[in-house]
Design a binder for this molecule. Structure first.
Ligand code: GAP
Length: 442
């Protein structure tokens, strides 16, 4: 499969199977904004749950919060976003289309070939909004472009209420908004997306060690969600290209069909943010170190992750189009699509399929029982081959088929494995334990 062909196939599969589709589609869509359908939100939530479990519940040195999307405009002035969260905007002198200068490396219009472009102009990527009834400058603020600033503003409170000492981290995930000049590549560059990130506060001097520790933890996580090592690489930003607050920035890039691109990143933000907010707010945001009797601004290492970019990578990694695997069904002439999601991420864990409708009442009893443990689907329509295909296409790891022997002979069901297509007869009384071994609890 050609590489970009894969992105097109994944985009159309995601829409057809109700994972992800354009927002406001009935009105022609809104650029760079997507909706997650029933399976899509289940997949995304599973990724988020795993992240929270790994980095918040699984660690003693990290606590979770949820700060608000709307914050005082002063936050964005102090953080440098109001003055500097800019992209370079260029306009084609002939087509009048506007582009991000970074996307036009030759300095020529990508649509019109040789057309000349205007000189780059700074374009602020934050969405403006107003709080309250006055729609003027005094009421203006922005939708947050990152979750980080909420954690810096809440640093002192959170540290006190959770009785933490350095080193410790604050984690959160949530919606962020960026008015990207050009959106592209499905979920890769969008205007509304989720970030999951941690601000890890440390004593100055311990930042480089913390950076390495978080790089290792972050990499482990992207492997845990099923990305292959050979599709991941590091990109260390050159010193001269670093943001104003950063001592070191490193991206973990993924080998997307449209090239190696940033999936997630780590930054050594030094003491820039806490110092800026202390200065602008007049509040003391220093840490008192009882061991050394000193007061100082902690340094911050920030591992950050775009959840939607990760959802896209997980789907691309799991998506496979195959020649027909079975010869016994009417669907045998069509190519098959299988999503090899890790079981922990699959939107549906098990499907219960009565061979024919007559067996539905008995099959429903099994479904009702399994449903208390996992997200399970019941499907009685179409040939058994078609139903297997439907489940393969949404990445359901196991199908449980109820047939005549189940009822009349052996009280066993057939459990089919999505990836190997191996089928095993399992006693109904042992089915839950069998599936627990494979899936764990939900
Ligand atoms: N607090 C640090 C921060 O916001 P960032 O690199 O600007 O850093 C964090 O963004 C992550 O959000 C990126 O690693 C990327 O995965 C994701 N991201 C950034 N812009 C995005 C966009 N327009 N669409 C989708 N994901 C985006």
């Amino acid at each position: 499969m050609e590489k970009n062909d894969k992105l097109e196939k994944v985009t159309s599969w995601a829409k057809r199977r109700g994972f992800i589709f354009q927002s406001s589609e009935i009105y022609g869509g809104l650029g760079g904004v997507y909706d997650f359908g029933p399976y899509g939100i289940a997949l995304k939530n599973n990724i988020k749950k795993l992240w929270w479990k790994t980095f918040v519940e699984g660690r003693e040195d990290v606590v979770g919060i949820e700060s608000s999307i709307l914050m005082s405009r002063k936050v964005w002035q102090a953080s440098g976003h109001e003055g500097g969260f800019n992209d370079e905007l260029v306009e084609c002198k002939k087509c009048n289309q506007r582009f991000k200068a970074d996307d036009m490396p030759e300095g020529k219009c990508i649509k019109g070939g040789e057309h000349e472009l205007t000189e780059p102009k700074a374009f602020n990527g934050m969405f403006k909004t107003y709080v309250g009834v006055n729609q003027d400058e005094s009421a203006q603020t922005y939708l947050r472009p990152e979750t980080a600033q909420g954690m810096f503003c809440d640093f002192k409170q959170v540290m006190e209420v959770s009785r933490k000492k350095l080193p410790f981290g604050i984690a959160q995930m949530g919606k962020c908004f960026r008015n990207e000049i050009n959106t592209k590549d499905f979920l890769f560059r969008v205007r509304e997306f989720e970030i999951a990130e941690i601000e890890y506060f440390i004593k100055p001097g311990e930042d480089e060690k913390a950076f390495d520790m978080w790089l290792e933890a972050w990499e482990k996580f992207v492997l845990l969600v099923g990305l292959k090592k050979e599709n991941l690489r590091h990109y260390d930003h050159p010193k001269e290209g670093l943001s104003h607050y950063s001592k070191r920035t490193l991206d973990i890039q993924y080998n997307y069909p449209f090239g190696w691109k940033e999936l997630t990143g780590l930054a050594n933000r030094t003491d820039f943010d806490l110092k800026s907010h202390a200065e602008a707010s007049g509040k003391d945001l220093q840490y008192f170190d009882a061991e050394t009797n000193e007061k100082y601004f902690p340094f911050v290492v920030e591992p950050t992750l775009g959840v939607d970019r990760l959802v896209l990578a997980v789907i691309l990694e799991a998506f496979e189009e195959l020649e027909p695997r079975t010869e016994t069904t009417e669907a045998a002439t069509e190519k098959e699509i299988v999503l090899h999601f890790p079981a922990s991420l699959a939107p549906v864990k098990v499907a219960v399929l009565p061979l024919i409708k007559k067996l539905s009442t008995d099959a429903r009893k099994i479904y009702d029982d399994l449903k208390t443990c996992w997200p399970v689907e019941f499907d009685e329509s179409g040939s058994i081959g078609r139903r297997y295909r439907r489940q393969d296409e949404i990445g359901t790891p196991y199908c449980v088929t109820v047939d005549f022997d189940t009822i009349e002979k052996d009280q066993c069901v057939t459990v089919r494995d999505r990836d190997t297509m191996k089928q095993e007869r399992i006693k109904i009384s042992e089915l839950k334990n069998f599936l627990f071994d494979k899936l764990g609890s939900f």
